[in-house]
Each structure stands twice: as structure tokens, then as C-alpha cells.
Design a protein around this ligand. Structure first.
Ligand code: MN
Length: 429
């Protein structure tokens, strides 16, 4: 697991003055992404305050192996680097951006972030979505099975399904409302048309780093070495399509029409100070099977990240009303750790590859105020949310914008953020 070093020093500041006190990108963060500056093509960069550092333009000053890996227009090769090589690049960038002696050499490689366009950070070979937010699983399960919300496998198996990599898009790209089959409980037959129960899901995304070979599982004590970094992930979900199609094979067209992610890869190295013990399981719960139980993982496998969801309707935007908060909660509300998810995924010999994307599943809190989807907040449509305009929302309407944000916090360290994960709903075709 990544160590705390001088790059996390809370006293360290940057000569890029917008980084000092920046809510997301102080010099302690240095997330990686792929961006296009005005008039230029996609390239790798690191976020620093309100600027983006072009890595290729800084190449002569950086470790050779690391900069070669980050030289193209995707970060797959950089993700494939072992943690110590990614760490060496991070330490060098931290030094270049904090020591004023380097300003003259580095400043020409900076771009104004606002003028740049962000892309997906990697070519995503495979995307898998888990279901480890136990309060989400319980809240949703209760709507269908009031007495027995969690199915019997939940506390033994990290539940997941294979999603669709082709429709993952960076923050800012509009989400087209899907058409699909839906059948009201009292209807005789389904109809085809625009989803009437479009929802979001608040999730953390995990970027796979070095992979494992087909047929070769990886033990839990090496799982952290397979994780390059993290993002925010909105697993857009058409609840009416989902309810009709998911029996017996699970999520399909209700989920694969669009997934929005925040484009910056917050590295495993940057998150070292925000590691926490995995919360103890409630008394009576089974212990994880031995292949999912790691001493180091139980001691440091959770992340102290605060998550928030906001909504802004078209009418709110027109009237200049700020986005309204829908929920807030900690990422520690995960029944399984990221290492357990990764270990379970590879436990049958399935090969994970650099640039694969894994969603945690919707992260909800046990109480209202921390629910990670409208399905939970609005109780399946029964108690809609009222917006500042007086509009109500049981589900997401055309023109609505949903914004996810996240901040990692720890006593004695500088907080770091993930940058925005936002998208607006466009009408069905
Ligand atoms: Mn999901």
C-alpha cells in the first residue's frame, strides 16, 4: 500500500498560486488526466490548481520510464506502471511545482484548465460494476422485500455485473434519455418508449493498474498493487427498464446507455493519508472467507472520502439558482473494500487489465440525507423531492443536471478533491 511521503506534507505549497487552498487540486493531489489545450490534440497532464501541466512538454525534467508511459493520448501505459514508478513521477512533479527554482522551466508547459477539454483518461477495455454499498442494497431491497432486504449471498460475495465500456463518457457530455421496454405492474404487456424513471447512482470508480494474467488469481495482500487510482462514477439507471428486464440475468439496457465519470485519476499514492480501517462488521455477520480477508486491508482498506450529489434543473439554471444538495455521505459505507472487490474479481482467474474500470456500486448512508440515488430518496417515486423553484422530482427530468463531487479529508493533511462529475439530461431521440 502507498506510503505517506514529502508529497503529502501539509506545509508544501506551489508557485502555481491558484493551487494553494484549491478545494480539489492543491499540490498534494496531482491527479492525472488526458486533455486537449486550445488548438491542440489530446495529451497527458496533471492538474495543479486552475492549471494543467502538459507532461510531454515537461519530459526532459521527468523520470524517463514514467514519462514514456504517459507520453501518448491515453494513460493505460502509465496505469500499468508499478506503484513505485508512478510514485517517482509524482515526487518529481511535486518538487517541480513546489520549488520556485523550477518555475521558469515549467511554466511554459502550463495551460489554463478552463480553456482545455477533458477526455477519458484511458481506453477502457472492460467496465464492471459492483454493489458494495450495503445501505443502498438494503434500502432498495426493502422496497421489494420489506422483511428480508438483503439476499443471503450479500455478506459472502461482493456482488457485481459486467457493464459496458463503450458508453463510459467524461464529465460534461449530455446523457440522452434512453428508450426501452417498460411494463407497469398492472399492465398486460410492455410498451417501448422513453424511460419515465431515469435515475443516477453515486459511485466511486476504481482504475485498474498492473493487471493479472488469465488463469492467475491475485491474493488479497497484493490487491492494492492492482489499483492505479480513483474517480467519481455516475451509473445512470433507467429504473422502469431495469425492473422489467433484469429477471433472470440482471442489469442490461437499463444501465449500459451511458456512464459518466470524473476525468481526473486521483492516484492511489495521493490518497495514502486518507486510508482508514475498514469499519467492523455488525455483530452476527459472517467473517469474509479467507481469500477476501487481509490483515493490512482490514487495517487500511477504507477511504476517508466525503461524497455529495447536487441537482440543478433547467429552470434553476435559467433563474441563476445554485445547485441544490440531494445527499452527502462517507465512502466508508462500503461493505467490501476496494482490495476485496479486485481480489474477488480475479479470484476465478479472470484477467484484469490496465485501464479497466470498476464501479463500487451506489454508496448510500443508513439514513435519509445520505442516500445515493433518487430511487431511495424518493422512495421509488412515492415522495418526490421539492426543488427551490417549487418543481418536484421523483426521478430525473430532461434538462436536469446531476453533479457528483468528492473530497478526501484527514486531520493534519491538506484535503484533496476529485473535480466535477456532471451531466445534463437530453430528451430521448
Ligand atoms: Mn451501479
Amino acid at each position: 500500500m502507498s506510503a505517506i511521503d514529502e508529497t503529502h506534507d501539509p506545509a508544501r505549497t506551489s508557485w502555481v498560486t491558484s493551487a494553494n487552498g484549491h478545494p480539489d487540486f492543491p499540490v498534494q493531489n496531482l491527479p492525472f488526466g488526458v486533455f486537449s489545450p486550445p488548438g491542440g490534440g489530446p495529451r497527458a497532464g496533471a492538474a495543479i490548481g486552475d492549471a494543467i501541466l502538459d507532461l510531454a512538454a515537461t519530459a526532459p525534467l521527468l523520470p524517463k520510464a514514467a514519462v514514456q508511459a504517459a507520453a501518448g493520448d491515453t494513460l493505460n501505459a502509465w496505469m500499468a506502471l508499478p506503484s513505485d514508478e508512478r510514485g517517482a513521477l509524482r515526487r518529481r512533479l511535486s518538487d517541480l511545482l513546489s520549488d520556485p527554482a523550477h518555475e521558469a522551466a515549467v511554466r511554459p508547459a502550463l495551460h489554463v484548465a478552463e480553456d482545455c477539454r477533458m477526455h477519458l483518461p484511458a481506453t477502457i477495455g472492460d467496465y464492471t460494476d459492483f454493489y458494495v454499498g450495503i445501505h443502498h442494497a438494503t434500502n432498495v431491497g426493502r422496497q421489494f422485500r420489506p422483511d428480508n432486504p438483503l439476499l443471503p449471498n450479500y455478506k459472502y460475495v461482493p456482488i457485481g455485473y459486467h457493464g459496458r465500456a463503450s458508453s463510459v463518457r467524461p464529465s460534461g457530455e449530455a446523457v440522452v434519455r434512453p428508450n426501452g421496454q417498460r411494463k407497469a405492474p398492472d399492465a398486460d404487456a410492455p410498451t417501448f418508449g422513453p424511460s419515465r424513471r431515469l435515475d443516477y447512482e453515486l459511485e466511486v470508480g476504481v482504475w485498474v493498474g498492473p493487471g493479472n494474467a488469465l488463469g492467475q488469481p491475485s491474493p488479497i495482500d497484493r490487491a492494492a498493487g492492482h489499483v492505479a487510482g480513483f474517480c467519481l462514477l455516475n451509473d445512470w439507471s433507467a429504473r422502469d427498464l431495469q425492473a422489467w428486464e433484469y429477471q433472470p440475468l440482471g442489469p442490461f439496457l437499463a444501465k449500459n446507455f451511458h456512464t459518466t465519470i470524473s476525468p481526473w485519476v486521483v492516484t492511489a499514492e495521493a490518497l495514502a493519508p486518507f486510508r482508514r480501517a475498514q469499519p467492523a462488521r455488525p455483530p452476527g455477520d459472517p467473517a469474509p472467507l479467507p481469500y477476501l480477508l487481509g490483515e493490512e486491508d482490514q487495517a487500511h482498506g477504507a477511504l476517508a472520502i466525503e461524497l455529495e450529489v447536487q441537482i440543478r434543473s433547467a429552470a434553476m439554471r435559467e433563474r441563476g439558482i445554485a445547485p441544490m444538495s440531494l445527499s452527502r455521505g462517507p465512502a466508508t459505507n462500503m461493505y467490501w473494500t476496494v482490495a476485496q472487490i479486485v481480489t474477488h474479481h480475479a479470484s476465478n482467474g479472470c484477467n484484469l487489465r490496465p485501464g479497466d474500470l470498476i464501479g463500487t456500486g451506489t454508496i448510500s448512508a443508513p439514513k435519509p440525507g445520505g442516500y445515493g440515488s433518487l430511487l431511495e430518496i424518493g422512495e421509488g417515486g412515492r415522495s418526490p423531492v421539492t426543488l427551490p423553484t417549487g418543481e418536484t422530482r421523483a426521478f430525473v427530468e430532461d434538462g436536469d443536471e446531476i453533479l457528483l463531487s468528492a473530497t478526501a479529508r484527514a486531520e493534519g493533511y491538506v484535503s484533496i478533491g476529485f473535480g466535477p462529475c456532471r451531466a445534463t439530461i437530453a430528451p430521448a431521440p
